[in-house]
Design a protein around this ligand. Structure first.
Ligand SMILES: [Fe+2]
Length: 301
Protein backbone atom coordinates (compact mmCIF):
# COMPACT_ATOMS: atom_id res chain seq x y z
CA UNK A 1 0.00 0.00 0.00
CA UNK A 2 1.36 3.40 -0.98
CA UNK A 3 0.46 6.20 1.39
CA UNK A 4 -0.18 9.50 -0.36
CA UNK A 5 0.26 12.33 2.12
CA UNK A 6 -1.11 15.09 -0.12
CA UNK A 7 -1.59 16.30 -3.65
CA UNK A 8 1.50 18.09 -4.98
CA UNK A 9 1.04 19.79 -8.35
CA UNK A 10 -0.27 19.77 -11.88
CA UNK A 11 2.05 20.18 -14.88
CA UNK A 12 0.38 21.37 -18.02
CA UNK A 13 1.82 21.91 -21.48
CA UNK A 14 0.94 25.18 -23.18
CA UNK A 15 1.56 26.30 -26.76
CA UNK A 16 1.32 29.96 -25.70
CA UNK A 17 3.13 30.25 -22.39
CA UNK A 18 2.73 34.02 -22.10
CA UNK A 19 -1.06 33.90 -22.54
CA UNK A 20 -1.53 30.95 -20.15
CA UNK A 21 0.67 32.61 -17.54
CA UNK A 22 -1.22 35.89 -17.89
CA UNK A 23 -4.49 34.08 -17.26
CA UNK A 24 -3.12 32.12 -14.27
CA UNK A 25 -1.95 35.33 -12.63
CA UNK A 26 -4.27 38.13 -13.76
CA UNK A 27 -7.47 36.09 -13.82
CA UNK A 28 -7.01 33.10 -11.48
CA UNK A 29 -4.88 35.20 -9.11
CA UNK A 30 -1.89 32.90 -8.59
CA UNK A 31 1.61 34.18 -7.80
CA UNK A 32 4.20 33.76 -10.53
CA UNK A 33 7.47 32.56 -9.02
CA UNK A 34 10.68 34.18 -10.20
CA UNK A 35 11.61 32.52 -13.46
CA UNK A 36 14.48 30.09 -13.06
CA UNK A 37 13.90 27.89 -16.06
CA UNK A 38 13.25 28.97 -19.63
CA UNK A 39 9.86 27.89 -20.90
CA UNK A 40 8.34 27.11 -17.48
CA UNK A 41 6.03 29.25 -15.33
CA UNK A 42 5.76 28.07 -11.73
CA UNK A 43 2.55 29.28 -10.08
CA UNK A 44 1.99 29.41 -6.36
CA UNK A 45 -1.24 29.28 -4.31
CA UNK A 46 -0.14 28.17 -0.84
CA UNK A 47 2.95 27.03 1.04
CA UNK A 48 4.09 24.84 -1.84
CA UNK A 49 6.75 26.44 -4.05
CA UNK A 50 4.21 25.92 -6.82
CA UNK A 51 1.19 23.77 -7.46
CA UNK A 52 0.86 24.52 -11.16
CA UNK A 53 3.70 24.45 -13.67
CA UNK A 54 2.93 25.69 -17.17
CA UNK A 55 5.44 24.19 -19.56
CA UNK A 56 5.92 25.58 -23.06
CA UNK A 57 5.30 22.89 -25.65
CA UNK A 58 2.47 20.69 -26.88
CA UNK A 59 -0.85 21.70 -25.34
CA UNK A 60 -2.28 19.29 -22.75
CA UNK A 61 -1.78 18.00 -19.25
CA UNK A 62 1.67 16.50 -18.65
CA UNK A 63 1.37 15.04 -15.16
CA UNK A 64 -0.43 15.14 -11.83
CA UNK A 65 1.78 14.94 -8.76
CA UNK A 66 1.13 13.45 -5.32
CA UNK A 67 3.31 13.51 -2.21
CA UNK A 68 4.63 10.56 -0.26
CA UNK A 69 6.23 10.94 3.16
CA UNK A 70 9.94 10.71 2.34
CA UNK A 71 12.61 9.13 0.16
CA UNK A 72 12.16 5.69 1.74
CA UNK A 73 8.42 5.84 1.06
CA UNK A 74 9.18 6.82 -2.53
CA UNK A 75 11.57 3.90 -2.99
CA UNK A 76 8.97 1.55 -1.50
CA UNK A 77 6.31 2.97 -3.83
CA UNK A 78 8.61 2.44 -6.81
CA UNK A 79 9.08 -1.19 -5.87
CA UNK A 80 5.38 -1.71 -5.21
CA UNK A 81 4.38 -0.32 -8.61
CA UNK A 82 7.02 -2.26 -10.52
CA UNK A 83 5.97 -5.48 -8.81
CA UNK A 84 2.37 -4.70 -9.75
CA UNK A 85 3.44 -4.48 -13.39
CA UNK A 86 3.62 -0.73 -13.91
CA UNK A 87 6.45 0.78 -15.86
CA UNK A 88 8.04 3.31 -13.57
CA UNK A 89 10.64 5.93 -14.38
CA UNK A 90 12.66 7.86 -11.81
CA UNK A 91 13.13 11.50 -12.69
CA UNK A 92 16.65 12.85 -13.03
CA UNK A 93 18.10 15.73 -11.02
CA UNK A 94 17.09 18.47 -13.44
CA UNK A 95 13.54 17.14 -13.70
CA UNK A 96 13.24 16.93 -9.90
CA UNK A 97 14.61 20.47 -9.62
CA UNK A 98 12.02 21.74 -12.08
CA UNK A 99 9.32 20.21 -9.88
CA UNK A 100 10.96 21.59 -6.69
CA UNK A 101 11.02 18.13 -5.16
CA UNK A 102 13.83 16.01 -3.77
CA UNK A 103 13.00 13.05 -5.98
CA UNK A 104 10.09 11.66 -7.96
CA UNK A 105 8.89 8.71 -9.99
CA UNK A 106 6.56 8.77 -12.99
CA UNK A 107 4.16 6.13 -14.24
CA UNK A 108 0.85 5.91 -16.09
CA UNK A 109 -2.39 4.81 -14.48
CA UNK A 110 -4.26 2.03 -16.33
CA UNK A 111 -6.19 4.67 -18.28
CA UNK A 112 -3.19 6.65 -19.56
CA UNK A 113 -3.04 9.47 -17.02
CA UNK A 114 0.57 10.31 -16.19
CA UNK A 115 1.07 10.32 -12.42
CA UNK A 116 4.10 11.39 -10.44
CA UNK A 117 4.89 10.55 -6.83
CA UNK A 118 7.23 12.99 -5.14
CA UNK A 119 9.23 13.27 -1.94
CA UNK A 120 10.39 16.47 -0.28
CA UNK A 121 8.26 18.99 -2.12
CA UNK A 122 9.65 22.43 -1.38
CA UNK A 123 7.76 24.59 1.13
CA UNK A 124 7.91 28.38 1.20
CA UNK A 125 6.89 30.24 4.34
CA UNK A 126 6.64 33.73 2.86
CA UNK A 127 2.97 34.68 2.37
CA UNK A 128 1.74 34.17 -1.19
CA UNK A 129 1.84 37.37 -3.26
CA UNK A 130 -1.45 36.78 -5.06
CA UNK A 131 -1.84 38.62 -8.34
CA UNK A 132 -5.43 39.51 -7.52
CA UNK A 133 -7.51 39.08 -4.35
CA UNK A 134 -9.47 35.96 -5.32
CA UNK A 135 -9.32 34.71 -1.72
CA UNK A 136 -7.40 31.54 -2.60
CA UNK A 137 -6.30 29.57 0.45
CA UNK A 138 -4.87 26.44 -1.14
CA UNK A 139 -4.65 23.98 -4.00
CA UNK A 140 -7.78 21.98 -3.18
CA UNK A 141 -8.02 18.98 -5.50
CA UNK A 142 -7.49 17.66 -8.98
CA UNK A 143 -9.75 15.62 -11.18
CA UNK A 144 -8.71 13.04 -13.78
CA UNK A 145 -10.70 11.29 -16.49
CA UNK A 146 -11.13 7.54 -16.95
CA UNK A 147 -13.59 5.57 -19.08
CA UNK A 148 -14.84 3.57 -16.07
CA UNK A 149 -14.87 5.32 -12.69
CA UNK A 150 -15.40 2.06 -10.78
CA UNK A 151 -12.32 0.55 -12.44
CA UNK A 152 -10.46 3.75 -11.67
CA UNK A 153 -11.41 3.48 -8.01
CA UNK A 154 -10.20 -0.13 -7.96
CA UNK A 155 -6.81 1.16 -9.12
CA UNK A 156 -6.65 3.94 -6.53
CA UNK A 157 -8.00 1.85 -3.67
CA UNK A 158 -5.85 -1.22 -4.31
CA UNK A 159 -2.52 0.60 -4.52
CA UNK A 160 -3.03 3.72 -2.40
CA UNK A 161 -4.59 4.95 0.85
CA UNK A 162 -7.46 6.28 -1.24
CA UNK A 163 -11.07 5.94 -0.08
CA UNK A 164 -14.22 6.78 -1.95
CA UNK A 165 -16.25 9.47 -0.21
CA UNK A 166 -19.20 9.50 -2.63
CA UNK A 167 -20.19 8.21 -6.05
CA UNK A 168 -22.14 10.14 -8.66
CA UNK A 169 -23.49 7.05 -10.40
CA UNK A 170 -21.01 5.88 -13.00
CA UNK A 171 -20.08 9.49 -13.80
CA UNK A 172 -17.77 10.39 -10.92
CA UNK A 173 -15.88 8.99 -7.97
CA UNK A 174 -14.86 11.45 -5.24
CA UNK A 175 -11.81 10.22 -3.36
CA UNK A 176 -10.11 11.26 -0.15
CA UNK A 177 -6.56 10.66 1.01
CA UNK A 178 -7.01 12.71 4.21
CA UNK A 179 -10.06 14.18 5.99
CA UNK A 180 -10.95 16.50 3.08
CA UNK A 181 -14.00 15.01 1.28
CA UNK A 182 -12.01 14.76 -1.94
CA UNK A 183 -8.53 15.75 -2.95
CA UNK A 184 -8.88 13.59 -6.02
CA UNK A 185 -11.82 12.94 -8.29
CA UNK A 186 -12.21 10.71 -11.31
CA UNK A 187 -14.80 11.68 -13.90
CA UNK A 188 -16.03 9.45 -16.67
CA UNK A 189 -14.29 10.37 -19.90
CA UNK A 190 -13.19 8.32 -22.85
CA UNK A 191 -9.65 9.68 -23.00
CA UNK A 192 -7.12 10.38 -20.26
CA UNK A 193 -6.79 13.98 -19.17
CA UNK A 194 -7.20 16.54 -16.43
CA UNK A 195 -10.84 17.48 -15.97
CA UNK A 196 -10.07 20.39 -13.66
CA UNK A 197 -7.79 21.84 -11.02
CA UNK A 198 -9.42 23.24 -7.88
CA UNK A 199 -8.46 26.12 -5.62
CA UNK A 200 -10.14 26.60 -2.28
CA UNK A 201 -11.15 30.15 -1.37
CA UNK A 202 -11.71 31.65 2.06
CA UNK A 203 -15.39 32.62 1.92
CA UNK A 204 -18.53 32.18 -0.15
CA UNK A 205 -18.20 35.88 -0.97
CA UNK A 206 -14.92 35.14 -2.77
CA UNK A 207 -16.73 32.68 -5.04
CA UNK A 208 -19.44 35.21 -5.87
CA UNK A 209 -17.01 38.11 -6.33
CA UNK A 210 -14.95 35.98 -8.71
CA UNK A 211 -18.08 35.05 -10.64
CA UNK A 212 -18.69 38.73 -11.39
CA UNK A 213 -14.99 39.37 -12.03
CA UNK A 214 -14.72 36.47 -14.49
CA UNK A 215 -17.90 37.44 -16.30
CA UNK A 216 -16.75 41.05 -16.61
CA UNK A 217 -13.45 39.82 -18.06
CA UNK A 218 -15.16 37.64 -20.67
CA UNK A 219 -14.07 34.34 -19.13
CA UNK A 220 -16.25 31.36 -20.02
CA UNK A 221 -18.07 30.08 -16.94
CA UNK A 222 -18.43 26.34 -17.39
CA UNK A 223 -20.63 25.69 -14.36
CA UNK A 224 -21.84 27.53 -11.30
CA UNK A 225 -21.98 29.21 -9.01
CA UNK A 226 -23.67 26.24 -7.42
CA UNK A 227 -23.34 23.86 -4.50
CA UNK A 228 -22.31 20.22 -4.70
CA UNK A 229 -24.43 18.10 -2.33
CA UNK A 230 -21.65 15.52 -1.90
CA UNK A 231 -18.91 17.77 -0.55
CA UNK A 232 -21.24 20.72 0.31
CA UNK A 233 -18.74 22.93 -1.55
CA UNK A 234 -19.94 26.06 -3.32
CA UNK A 235 -18.32 25.83 -6.74
CA UNK A 236 -17.48 27.86 -9.81
CA UNK A 237 -15.82 26.25 -12.83
CA UNK A 238 -14.29 28.37 -15.57
CA UNK A 239 -12.28 27.77 -18.69
CA UNK A 240 -8.69 28.91 -19.04
CA UNK A 241 -6.50 28.94 -22.14
CA UNK A 242 -5.82 25.72 -24.03
CA UNK A 243 -8.78 23.87 -22.57
CA UNK A 244 -7.64 23.97 -18.94
CA UNK A 245 -10.56 24.13 -16.49
CA UNK A 246 -10.05 25.89 -13.17
CA UNK A 247 -12.41 25.67 -10.21
CA UNK A 248 -12.82 27.86 -7.14
CA UNK A 249 -14.70 26.38 -4.25
CA UNK A 250 -15.51 27.08 -0.65
CA UNK A 251 -16.91 25.01 2.19
CA UNK A 252 -15.74 21.49 1.42
CA UNK A 253 -16.88 18.84 3.89
CA UNK A 254 -14.31 17.10 6.10
CA UNK A 255 -14.68 13.45 7.01
CA UNK A 256 -12.99 13.04 10.35
CA UNK A 257 -14.10 9.56 11.33
CA UNK A 258 -14.07 6.18 9.67
CA UNK A 259 -17.77 5.51 10.14
CA UNK A 260 -18.50 7.51 6.95
CA UNK A 261 -20.20 5.39 4.31
CA UNK A 262 -19.99 6.47 0.68
CA UNK A 263 -23.29 7.44 -0.88
CA UNK A 264 -24.43 7.08 -4.47
CA UNK A 265 -26.15 9.96 -6.27
CA UNK A 266 -28.00 9.60 -9.57
CA UNK A 267 -26.43 12.14 -11.93
CA UNK A 268 -29.76 12.55 -13.76
CA UNK A 269 -31.69 13.40 -10.58
CA UNK A 270 -32.23 17.18 -10.23
CA UNK A 271 -29.93 18.57 -7.56
CA UNK A 272 -27.42 15.73 -7.66
CA UNK A 273 -24.69 17.93 -9.14
CA UNK A 274 -25.93 21.34 -7.95
CA UNK A 275 -28.29 21.37 -4.98
CA UNK A 276 -29.24 24.94 -5.96
CA UNK A 277 -30.67 23.43 -9.17
CA UNK A 278 -28.65 25.65 -11.50
CA UNK A 279 -27.79 24.55 -15.03
CA UNK A 280 -25.18 21.79 -15.02
CA UNK A 281 -22.90 20.51 -17.68
CA UNK A 282 -19.83 18.36 -17.90
CA UNK A 283 -16.83 20.67 -17.68
CA UNK A 284 -14.20 20.24 -20.38
CA UNK A 285 -11.10 18.11 -19.93
CA UNK A 286 -7.59 18.98 -21.02
CA UNK A 287 -6.29 15.84 -22.76
CA UNK A 288 -3.17 14.06 -21.56
CA UNK A 289 -0.05 14.49 -23.67
CA UNK A 290 2.83 12.10 -23.43
CA UNK A 291 6.17 13.68 -24.14
CA UNK A 292 8.48 11.19 -22.48
CA UNK A 293 7.34 7.60 -22.82
CA UNK A 294 7.90 5.60 -19.66
CA UNK A 295 10.74 3.20 -20.30
CA UNK A 296 10.61 -0.21 -18.79
CA UNK A 297 13.33 -1.08 -16.30
CA UNK A 298 14.01 -4.39 -14.69
CA UNK A 299 13.00 -4.67 -11.04
CA UNK A 300 16.08 -4.57 -8.85
CA UNK A 301 15.38 -6.64 -5.78
FE1 LIG B 1 -13.87 19.90 -8.31
Amino acid sequence: MIELTDIAYVRSGVADLAAATRFATGIVGLELAAQTEPGVSHLRADDRHHCLALVEGPSGVLASGFRVADDDALAAAEKHLERAGFRVRRGDKAEARSRRVGAYIAFDDPFGNRLELVSQQETITRPVAFSRPAGITEFGHLCLDAPDVHEAYRFWNSHFNAKVSDWIGDKACLIRIDPVHHKLAVFKGERPGLCHMNFQVATIDDVMRSWHFLTEHGVEIEQGPGRHPQSTAVFLYFLGPEGFTYEYSWGVRRIEDDSWRPRTFDPDEPGSIDMWLGPTRRVSTQPQVLTDPIEHREVAN
